[in-house]
Write a protein that binds this ligand. Structure first.
Ligand code: FPP
Length: 249
């Protein structure tokens, strides 16, 4: 039995009662992974899809209810055109290829971000995947695509401002709960744990509001090498944390 296979069950040193409900990931280091092997960067992204698929399965196996992955940021448009094009095609191809399996595994897919700016064919594939999996009751898989937290907050403010302007709500009705409802993540609980690979210690405009009290775990491992052992390590670290949410114990 391979080490990967032996980690299908929840490892015994993890507390089943303290598995984070919602895990978010910044999948960084694909380019460096490829470059260090003499491959073009896009090979790193391709490998990154395999790592993400395995993490989704692992989350499902170990009792995580929601996985949110940062696939493409509002800033990523600034990459060379051929890389952006490759990523858009990759998202579309992966969605088409994996949809049946996701259905079989009861995964509920949701894309978060400003989807209107994505290529039309990708938008149709996204709408199809979200529609088809909308009644699934298994793990929720959120893919942040053309996502930027600042843009998300501005978008929410604009929606709320028009409600005030149309006198549908009063200024005093604006509170945290209302604002959260107008974020792309409306209706989804905030992440308990955010994992960032490849050593960078920043949020990079990802889930800024939602991560107010989320725990952050950074590993030096590059995303294509992130596997169940790495996730196990992240969860062990998470379970040692004392989450006080600004209060005293
Ligand atoms: C960051 O690594 C990675 C990305 C910008 C793309 C991540 C996308 C995937 C793994 C594909 C996911 C697919 C679906 C369908 C959700 P980087 O390129 O910034 O790496 P570097 O820092 O080493 O240059």
């Amino acid at each position: 039995m391979s080490v990967q296979q032996s980690l299908i069950e929840l490892p015994l040193d993890l507390d089943r009662q303290r598995i984070p409900s919602h895990v978010a990931v910044i999948m960084d280091g694909n380019g460096r992974w490829a470059k260090s092997r003499g491959f073009p960067r896009i090979i790193g992204h391709q490998k990154g899809v395999d790592a993400l698929k395995d993490l989704l399965r692992c989350c499902d196996d170990w009792g995580v209810k929601i996985l949110t992955a940062y696939a493409f940021s509002t800033e990523n448009w600034g990459r060379p055109a051929h890389e952006v094009e490759f990523l858009m095609t990759l998202f579309e191809r992966v969605l088409r290829r994996e949809l049946e399996e996701m259905m079989a595994e009861n995964v509920k897919i949701r894309f978060i971000g400003d989807l209107k700016a994505l290529p039309d064919s990708l938008q149709s594939e996204i709408a199809h995947a979200m529609g088809k999996t909308s009644q699934n009751k298994g793990i929720q898989f959120n893919i942040a695509t053309n996502y930027g937290s600042r843009q998300e907050i501005i978008h929410a403010c604009q929606s709320i401002a028009s409600l005030v302007k149309e006198e549908k709500i009063q200024l005093d009705d604006i509170n945290e709960e209302l604002l959260e409802n107008y974020l792309y993540t409306g209706g989804i609980a905030n992440p308990d744990l955010l994992i960032r690979t490849s050593g960078e210690m920043r949020l990079s405009n990802f889930l800024l509001w939602q991560m107010a009290y989320g725990e952050i775990y950074v590993t030096q491992t590059l995303w294509p090498d992130f596997n169940r052992q790495e996730f196990h390590r992240a969860l062990l670290d998470y379970q040692k944390r004392d989450r006080r949410f600004g209060k005293l114990n």
